[in-house]
Design a protein around this ligand. Sequence first.
Ligand code: SF4
Length: 385
Amino acid sequence: MEDWQSADLCVINTCSVTAEADKDALRLIRRIAARNARARLVVTGCLAEHDAGALAKAAPKATIVGNRGKDGLAVLLGLGPAGAPGGRVTRWHGRSRALVKVQDGCDGACSYCVVPQVRGVLSSKPLEALVEEVSGLVAGGHAEIVLCGVRLGRYEGEAGGAAADLAAALERLARLDGDFRLRLSSLEVAELSDRLLDAAAGSGGRVCPSFHLPLQSGSEAVLRRMKRPYAAERFARRLEALRRRLPGAGVFTDIMAGFPGETESEFEESLAFVRGLRLSGLHVFRYSRRRGTAAASMPGQVPAAAAVERAVRLRELDRELRSAFAAAAVGSVRRVVATGDPRSQDCEALAEDFLPVVLDRSPGPGIHRARVVSSDGPSARGVVG
Ligand code: SF4
């Protein structure tokens, strides 16, 4: 976050997916309230929805706006007309990669998750509005467009009176003019349909071959207690379908350590299962007890020390996987996009399969070819051109 100490207005969009996220948001809000007391402070997002009381205590003068009031923020602040739900973003200042929120809300019932309570019902950006937003961002020089949603795979935009699912949206967006590529953010494996894979595989490289498919646990019993809508074995089968259509795709997952009742043997089962999937990397989380969720009152809450120890073992596996992913890329030519400000001298970039590559020189705006020349642990080095 830039210049908050001198800003007239600070709008903080909070996350509440874990207790850690709550703490980070509260820490930042307290700092702003203490060090820039003259700024108008507005706090929105999931923590504003989940625990407005904690925010009011941290910054009594802040204006708190829940997720349901976000679309009216511009009016509230006297900055413009009311936005349509999920209004249009025209520019991501100093970024090559632009995020486009295409979907919000979840109707899932995962027993650990607070998201359905704070994000409300499923809603999607109409396809024409999405096309317009992506076209504008591409015309503004963004080389990578990341399509995001709480349940991205449940996207259902309406186009000309007919429903358009995520596969239809990808096919439409992939045909737009310009030097850009599309990337999908996190997707539930149950929503990784053959149609979607075909749309990605048939896009001529426009859709990046990288997927984030949250697994959470590789233990069947834990998955059942989590109320995840799949069995581990189904996850593996869909992964095989993905690899048949998009060989070489980068595939990442979320894994949780210390879900209530997770025994040592369930953890070992999960670890062995995840290892067998040959993924490109893991995002490891410790279970976080969220008020109002079914898991919060489950018996067998795992002691913190055991959860930490399991997370450490998962992170070791993550490092191993990312190192193998980087090593396997050595000698290949990748299409890279700068991850920071393309006008700066920043040499950090991202390949199409989500491999981070440190380049010999700043690639500048756009998509560039780079030869991967070496790897050092999870990090790859490349030469532009
Ligand atoms: S699918 Fe499950 S984990 Fe994902 S947001 Fe919905 S309830 Fe939460």
